[in-house]
Ligand binder design. Structure first.
Ligand SMILES: [Zn+2]
Length: 68
């Protein structure tokens, strides 16, 4: 299993869209615009589609910037 992530256009951080799936299910997802996601990085909402998204299965990706 992995988490679908998109990159916040404001902060350039990867944020989870709240959907966990596996590689096979992700591969067959239609490329449609999905429901907006509340962004934990900038506080806004972003619409996204599959082409914006990556499937993060390793959990090794860290945010580029950290704010305390
Ligand atoms: Zn954002």
């Amino acid at each position: 299993m992995g988490a679908i992530m998109i990159r916040c256009p404001k902060t350039d951080e990867l944020i989870p869209v709240g959907i966990d799936t596996d590689q096979d299910s992700f591969a067959v997802l239609p490329d449609v615009v999905a429901a907006p996601v509340q962004c934990p990085a900038c506080g806004g909402t972003h619409t996204w589609s599959k082409r914006d998204a990556i499937l993060e299965t390793t959990m090794r990706i860290r945010p580029i910037k950290r704010r305390l």
